[in-house]
Design a protein around this ligand. Sequence first.
Ligand SMILES: *[C@@H]1O[C@H](CO)[C@@H](O)[C@H](O)[C@H]1NC(C)=O
Ligand SMILES: *[C@@H]1O[C@H](CO)[C@@H](O)[C@H](O)[C@H]1NC(C)=O
Ligand SMILES: *[C@@H]1O[C@H](CO)[C@@H](O)[C@H](O)[C@H]1NC(C)=O
Ligand SMILES: *[C@@H]1O[C@H](CO)[C@@H](O)[C@H](O)[C@H]1NC(C)=O
Length: 463
Amino acid sequence: EMADMKVPGRGCTAALAVLLTFSALGRCAEQVPLIMWSSEGSATTSPSPPAAGHVVSGDQLESYLRAALSSSPHNVLLFMQERLSVDDFTMYGGVFGNKQDSSFTNLEVTLQSSTTSLVLPAVDSLATGEVTGLLQEQLDTSPLYMDPETLAQLRLNASVATLLVFRLPYGTGVDMMSTKDVLSGNDDVIGQVMNIMNSQSVPYTAVYTALSASRTIEDVPLSLHSVGRSLLQSRQKISPPVEFQEKGSTCILLWAENLNVELLRSGKWERHDLAPMTFGESSRVKLSGSFCNASHSRLVLNYENVLNFRSFKLIFAMSQRHYKVSARRWFTMDQVVLEYDGQKATFNASRYVYAPAEYSYRCESVSSFRYAQLFPHSDKDRANQWRLSFDDFQIQGFNVTGQDFSYASDCASFFTPGIWMGLFTSLLMVLILTYGLHMILQLRTMDRFDDPKGPAISVPQTE
Ligand SMILES: *[C@@H]1O[C@H](CO)[C@@H](O)[C@H](O)[C@H]1NC(C)=O
Ligand SMILES: *[C@@H]1O[C@H](CO)[C@@H](O)[C@H](O)[C@H]1NC(C)=O
Ligand SMILES: *[C@@H]1O[C@H](CO)[C@@H](O)[C@H](O)[C@H]1NC(C)=O
Ligand SMILES: *[C@@H]1O[C@H](CO)[C@@H](O)[C@H](O)[C@H]1NC(C)=O
């Protein structure tokens, strides 16, 4: 049972199976994020979020809410938006675009300042649509539909459970307002409500979610494989991917623009890019030690003389298995290992690097320090002395057909804790910049000497 809780379940088929099993609705399942935070409680009481990629079902959401409310205040604010998807955070949250221009500023500030918070990036939209009902049941009170003006006039009592629902729109594209403006407006409402709650000093729990997804993740039909391929072919002209063959057929493909490894030596990071030695004309890489079988595959890149180590190996270990809940096979990249002159540095990757087994995994950047997707396995080996970052990274370890990658499952639209950390960091930068600018504007030049109207400076003349 527990193993099934940790199912990577991105994509429509994943949830579709659940849908078909539990309800007869024939539509494609949608995933909606749910964010919950509280004015009280300590970080230790925060419920732990599910594994990345797992789609939270209705029952699981119910237990998350119950666990959260057991230790959080019973004045609940529910921000129920018409539609929302994780992609809205990446598109309008200023993660990849202009960081100063986020549509979620108040939400970010609020989350940053609350000690307890929980981010569920993918909840079945059938469940988020029912959140009002679930909360109503657990709090044993009926919902009051509110706007900030009404709230300001309401006197809340900390010992009486309340459920206040704020309905928020989502840009439809029909009217003149852009989605970005609508989301910024909603964020202002959240900001106002938070201010009112803080001024009333009544402890609260808040939930931000939506009735349905703003974007449906479509399952990619097989015919699209060829589109993925032709896109990749243009890139492959630069240099083909590394290809490992077992029994005459290709079973692992790897491509990256950079494969940077950095070692901390006497206080300085020394970097080496393994890509030129790996891809293209000047490739000197050997693949001995690599293997594939139905459930595991392992790509071993063997180098010589890297960062003064005589032998140096970069190893990608992958596995695939069938997950009952999503009713499909997923592969995960479990570990990335460096082996050099008898020493070892191991990084875990399986929480972030995964894709449906018949697809490839692609990511603009896979890194152990920027938006970390690779985590030092333990303190026992040398991983803490190393940093890895692979740019424009693509890997496939199963179901390879021919010499091209299958359709790529891209990490970009995924909402990792790393991205949130990025959001907070950029916010901090803006604050520091604003403060700096403020200080600069406060500077005054000494005007005594260049004010033409002031008294002239007289220099005594000597005869
Ligand atoms: C809050 O509610 C409790 C129980 O109903 C009541 O005893 C208390 O007086 C109320 N407090 C305020 C400030 O209204
Ligand atoms: C595949 O390889 C892994 C790792 O060596 C091994 O544990 C597993 O039993 C193998 N599976 C099959 C079907 O051979
Ligand atoms: C890495 O994975 C191992 C086993 O799967 C686990 O014991 C360890 O805690 C993980 N380390 C991190 C930092 O997640
Ligand atoms: C993928 O590979 C597995 C094991 O090699 C095989 O059982 C399965 O049918 C393949 N799936 C597709 C879609 O080719």
